[in-house]
Design a binder for this molecule. Structure first.
Ligand code: KIV
Length: 271
């Protein structure tokens, strides 16, 4: 029997055990109670309350505008729905960079006000002090390397990262550093599959890939992208499991017709 089916509640230790046994880890984002309930019931291992909420929930072009208060609102809604998955929450841009005391306060607010189980932070050596300080408070931290959308204005584009040797070496060093200081897992976003496979093999903690090939210990996608709610985002790494934009549009058009034609409500649908 797999770790996945034996376990009633997923913890950071379960994920380590899954890596040890070679069992892949499933992770999806969620930002609200109703969808979190569906994906938890389906058996998701990890639910990420990503700062991608800034894009898919609020319609911003980048993840930078979302605030700590807004992340807390989304995370608390998700936690109320979840019984089994490990819930990880992104520390948003501006809530941890450059000030480890502020980083700790932000992480404590997330843990206290949402009931989530861990936080995620983008970056390597440059956020070492903040990660260490959060870990000393007993808060589990998931790292995030490769394409780190909170630094989009530094990169200039969303293209594949670490294709050049120098950046690949830096990423490998950062992954080892994050493991050494105590992160329980690392997201690897949009890097060459070969590099992601090598990094994953060099670590004891599990890696979760997005656009990083099949050699990572788990996979993550943004829920709204894999459900086809968001039609305009079509990177090569994205597999769509539904076309919900069209399905919701068709249902809405039918509802409008039914209301206009006085077909809705009918005799059975009234008191
Ligand atoms: O915010 C997010 O959704 C993420 C994932 C893409 C890993 O960080």
């Amino acid at each position: 029997m797999s770790v996945h089916t034996e376990i009633k509640k997923i913890t950071t230790h379960t994920l380590l055990e899954m890596k040890r046994k070679g069992e892949k880890i499933s992770m999806l984002t969620a930002y609200d109670y109703s969808l979190a309930k569906i994906i938890d019931t389906a058996g998701m291992d990890v639910i990420l309350v990503g700062d991608s909420a800034s894009n898919v929930m609020a319609g911003h072009e980048t993840t930078l505008p979302i605030t700590l208060d807004q992340m807390i609102y989304h995370a608390a809604s998700v936690v109320r729905a979840v019984h089994r998955a490990l819930v990880v929450v992104d520390l948003p841009f501006g809530s941890y960079q450059g000030n480890s005391k502020e980083a700790l306060n932000s992480a404590i607010r997330i843990m206290k006000e949402t009931g989530a189980h861990a936080v995620k932070m983008e970056g390597g050596r440059e956020i070492k002090e903040a990660v260490e300080r959060i870990l000393t408070a007993g808060i589990p931290v998931m790292g995030h390397l490769g394409l780190t959308p909170q630094s989009i204005y530094k990169f200039g584009t969303y293209v594949v990262r670490a294709k050049e040797e120098q950046e690949a070496i830096r990423l490998q060093e950062d992954a080892l550093l994050l493991e050494d200081i105590g992160c329980f897992s690392i997201v690897l976003e949009k890097i060459p599959a070969k590099l992601a496979t090598e990094v994953s093999a060099s670590l004891k903690i599990p890696t979760i890939g997005i656009g990083a090939g099949n050699g990572t210990d788990g996979q993550v996608l943004v829920l709204h992208d894999m459900l086809g709610i968001n039609k305009d985002f079509n990177p090569r790494f994205l597999r769509r499991y539904m076309n919900l934009f069209e399905e919701i549009q068709n249902a809405t058009e039918q509802y409008i017709k039914d209301v206009k034609s006085k077909d809705f409500p009918n005799e059975k649908e009234q008191y």
